[in-house]
Design a protein around this ligand. Structure first.
Ligand SMILES: *[C@@H]1O[C@H](CO)[C@@H](O)[C@H](O)[C@H]1NC(C)=O
Ligand SMILES: *[C@@H]1O[C@H](CO)[C@@H](O)[C@H](O)[C@H]1NC(C)=O
Ligand SMILES: *[C@@H]1O[C@H](CO)[C@@H](O)[C@H](O)[C@H]1NC(C)=O
Ligand SMILES: *[C@@H]1O[C@H](CO)[C@@H](O)[C@H](O)[C@H]1NC(C)=O
Ligand SMILES: *[C@@H]1O[C@H](CO)[C@@H](O)[C@H](O)[C@H]1NC(C)=O
Ligand SMILES: *[C@@H]1O[C@H](CO)[C@@H](O)[C@H](O)[C@H]1NC(C)=O
Length: 466
């Protein structure tokens, strides 16, 4: 369409620049047919479009051609401008990509997800620019759209450029605040009808019936290569207002637990700020848990539980969990070195493990958190190495298994209150493939999941008692 338009335009331009001479006039009327009749007389017929010479029409033509030339030149200038703008824009995009890359490589404290998102956006814009450039042969409508889009993209790039670390984290914080407010709204609505409101720490419900979508909080502080570990929020029943978050990425061997961090608030955690860094020797696996300001974990290469005072980072007690297997004998499916998985529920500390006598089936023990003595033990018929993880809520063990790379299923329960066990099916979406650890907090009814390096939470819903 454009090409044809241009051809006509050029024809007009040619007309316009050619003076109307006698020659032109004769050319205008030179194209007619003649014929010889029976008498050898040549007759010609000319069909004149007008009775007189169409001076008026030619003049009109001239005017139109002139207008078209002007328009064409204006368009040409515009196209040149667009091209310049786009080249500039392309350069800026390239620059931005490079800068993001440098920033990303220089600090692991940045939230990886945010930058991946930014990079994605930049890449998409780059693709768009290339496409737009290619479509320049097209019509005016496309050129007009292009102008808009370039303006939009430029704005976006400027916005991206002004985003520094704090801004990005501030935005995440904003999102978290909004999500929390939404959650509050949902909880408020829940009080009315749909989701029963269960007071913090209460067991006045009929067990877990559903789980929310995962909420990615952040990448662990040691970086994306620390895919093994655990995290959670301390449960101190006497001080429910307290917010102590702990993050414990294992060393990259997936075995040794050596470094952990504490944050006194969710904001600090989100901004990776005011973190207290600690080192502890002799930790193994990602089965640790925090309860009452103490961390409990499996002491390296033993069947012992160690109790670590988080105020002093000193191991105050160590005791063998009787008959528990260790050294990766019966860990979880796809997660090594978690033979002894410590757990906290409304009533306190638990251990989820196996013994040789149980032949790998899950054994649950209620642990006295003061003395680390076993208070009671239950045998299940669920083979531990076939579940991906487990947690305890109100004395009921829930086991999870992997369905595929995107979904897990809470598929089994054992109720220590009634010694009943059975099947259930609650589908749990996940962002990355492996659930490395799961820790339940009785106050907020959330699961704190370490998902291949990312800290993720889920909200549990409980069955309302009639
Ligand atoms: C002249 O004759 C040819 C062939 O007969 C025809 O195609 C053409 O349209 C004629 N031109 C005019 C101006 O009548
Ligand atoms: C990228 O942009 C910054 C700021 O606009 C500028 O200082 C720097 O020289 C640019 N780098 C390149 C490679 O163009
Ligand atoms: C430009 O941005 C505005 C507001 O963000 C949007 O409404 C509009 O659709 C965008 N235009 C194009 C062509 O992308
Ligand atoms: C509960 O919901 C119903 C309808 O969904 C509404 O009419 C009622 O006002 C709500 N009650 C409270 C206490 O919000
Ligand atoms: C369970 O939760 C998921 C995710 O929030 C939701 O899509 C689904 O409808 C819920 N199922 C039931 C039975 O409430
Ligand atoms: C836990 O151990 C402490 C110290 O030995 C003891 O005082 C307390 O009574 C025990 N608690 C239970 C519930 O057995």
């Amino acid at each position: 369409m454009k090409t044809k338009g241009l051809a006509i335009l050029l024809a007009f331009l040619h007309l316009q620049t050619t003076p109307i001479t006698g020659q032109l006039r004769s050319e205008l009327f030179s194209n007619f047919n003649g014929s010889l009749d029976d008498h050898g007389i040549c007759t010609c017929s000319i069909e004149l479009p007008d009775t007189s010479f169409p001076v008026q029409k030619v003049e009109n033509l001239e005017i139109t051609a002139h207008a078209l030339t002007e328009k064409f030149e204006k368009e040409l200038t515009k196209v040149k401008e667009y091209t310049k703008t786009m080249q500039l824009f392309e350069q800026r995009l390239l620059n931005l990509s490079m800068r993001i890359q440098v920033m990303e490589e220089s600090s692991i404290a940045y939230n990886k997800l945010d930058f991946e998102l930014l990079k994605l956006e930049v890449n998409e814009m780059q693709k768009l620019v290339t496409e737009l450039k290619a479509s320049f042969a097209g019509s005016n409508v496309i050129i007009d759209q292009l102008e808009l889009e370039i303006r939009n993209m430029t704005l976006l790039v400027q916005e991206l450029e002004s985003l520094d670390k704090n801004n990005i984290l501030a935005i995440r914080r904003e999102i978290v605040t909004l999500k929390n407010r939404l959650k509050e709204c949902e909880e408020f609505r829940g009080q009315n009808n749909t989701d029963p409101f269960i007071p913090p720490g209460s067991c006045g419900h009929g067990g877990v019936v559903n789980i929310s979508k995962p909420f990615i909080v952040q990448l662990n502080w040691r970086g994306a290569s620390y895919i093994y570990g655990a995290w959670g929020k301390d449960y101190t029943p006497q001080d429910p207002e307290k917010t102590l978050y702990w993050v414990a990425p294992l060393n990259t061997d997936g075995r040794y637990f050596e470094y952990y961090r504490l944050y006194n608030s969710l904001d600090d955690l989100l901004l990776y700020q005011q973190a207290q860094n600690f080192r502890v020797l002799y930790g193994e696996g990602s089965g640790m848990v925090v309860y009452n300001n103490f961390m409990y974990f499996n002491f390296r290469s033993t069947g012992d539980i160690a109790k670590l005072d988080l105020n002093t980072n000193v191991i105050t007690l160590r005791r063998t969990l009787p008959n528990a297997v260790y050294n990766n004998r019966f860990s979880y499916a796809g997660v090594n070195w978690q033979d002894i998985d410590l757990s906290v529920d409304e009533s306190g500390l638990w251990a989820i493990y196996s013994t040789e006598a149980s032949a790998g089936n899950i054994v649950i023990s209620r642990i006295n958190d003061t003395s680390l003595e076993v208070l009671n033990t239950w045998q299940t018929i669920q083979y531990k190495p076939s579940v991906s993880n487990a947690f305890i809520v109100c004395g009921v063990l829930y086991a999870i298994r992997t369905m595929n790379t995107r979904k897990e299923e809470i598929f089994y329960y054992y109720d220590t209150n009634t010694k009943k066990e059975g099947r259930l099916s609650i589908i749990m979406d996940k962002k990355l493939e492996k659930i490395q650890s799961v820790n339940y907090n009785p106050l907020d009814h959330k699961l704190y999941v370490y998902n291949d390096g990312y800290l993720v939470t889920y909200d549990l819903s409980f069955q309302q008692l009639q």
